[in-house]
Design a protein around this ligand. Structure first.
Ligand code: MG
Length: 218
C-alpha cells in the first residue's frame, strides 16, 4: 500500500533500510523529460528531426528492453542512442552515441533534487545508527554518478546495482546481495520504493517489510 506521508514509515526496531533510487529519492519523470528534450535538440545537429528522434527512440528503447530483459544494460541510454542513429542513418556513429549520452546524463544529473521527505528520513536513520543501502536497477556507472550528485554517500554505506547483481528487481538475489553487504537479516530491514512490482513484491518475497511511496507522498 502506498504511504501518503513519509512519517508513516516507522524506524522502530529497524537496523537497516534498503532504498530504491530512481523515482524514490528524487522524482524521475520531470527530470527525464528535461534530459530527453535537450538530447533531442542536440540530435538536430546530426540532421535527425524531432519526430524522427521520438519515433526511433521509442523503437530502440523497446528493442533494447526486450533483448536485454532482466539486465542492468536494458536501460542503457547509450544503447538506445546507438540504435537510434543506426535506424535514422544506417550506420553506427560513435560520435553521436557518446555525445548524446553525455548530454542526456549531464542534463539529467543537473536537474535531479533529493525529495525533502527522503532527506529527512535519511537524516533520522543516520542519527539512529541505521545502516542504509541503495538497491537499484541500471548500470553501476550512472547510478554511482547519481549517488555522488545527490550527495548520498554520506547516508548510504552500500549500493547494489542490477548490473552488479546480474538480475533486476524483483529477483530476490538483488535484495539478498544488499543484505549480505549490510550483514543483516530480512526481518531487520525495511525496503522503500516506488514500484509495487519491483520494490515491494521483490522485498516481500524474501520477508522484508516494504513501504511504497509515490509522487504524491509528502
Ligand atoms: Mg524506482
Amino acid at each position: 500500500m502506498v504511504v501518503e506521508n513519509w512519517n508513516k514509515i516507522s524506524l522502530d526496531g529497524v537496523k537497516g533500510i534498503l532504498w530504491d533510487l530512481d523515482n524514490t529519492i528524487y522524482i524521475y519523470e520531470s527530470v527525464h523529460k528535461i534530459a530527453y528534450q535537450e538530447t533531442r535538440k542536440t540530435a538536430l545537429g546530426f540532421d535527425i528531426s524531432e519526430s524522427q528522434f521520438d519515433a526511433f527512440w521509442k523503437k530502440s528503447r523497446d528493442i533494447v528492453h526486450n533483448q536485454l530483459h532482466g539486465q542492468g544494460a536494458s536501460h542503457s541510454r547509450l544503447l538506445y542512442l546507438q540504435k537510434l542513429h543506426e535506424f535514422a542513418k544506417g550506420f553506427t556513429s560513435s560520435e553521436f552515441g557518446l555525445k548524446l549520452e553525455e548530454v542526456y546524463w549531464s542534463t539529467f544529473l543537473n536537474s535531479m533534487k533529493v525529495r525533502e521527505g527522503a532527506l529527512e528520513l535519511m537524516n533520522n536513520a543516520r542519527l539512529n545508527g541505521i545502516e542504509m543501502a541503495i538497491v537499484t536497477d541500471l548500470t553501476a556507472q550512472i547510478q554511482l554518478r547519481k549517488l555522488e550528485k545527490l550527495s548520498l554517500n554520506q547516508y548510504v554505506r552500500y549500493m547494489v546495482s542490477s548490473e552488479e547483481a546480474g538480475v533486476e528487481k524483483p529477483e530476490p538475489a538483488i535484495f539478498q546481495l544488499a543484505l549480505d553487504k549490510l550483514n543483516l537479516k530480512p526481518s531487520e530491514v525495511i525496503m522503500i520504493g516506488d514500484s509495487y512490482e519491483k520494490d515491494i513484491k521483490g522485498a516481500e518475497s524474501i520477508g522484508i517489510k516494504a513501504y511504497q511511496i509515490d509522487d504524491n507522498t509528502i
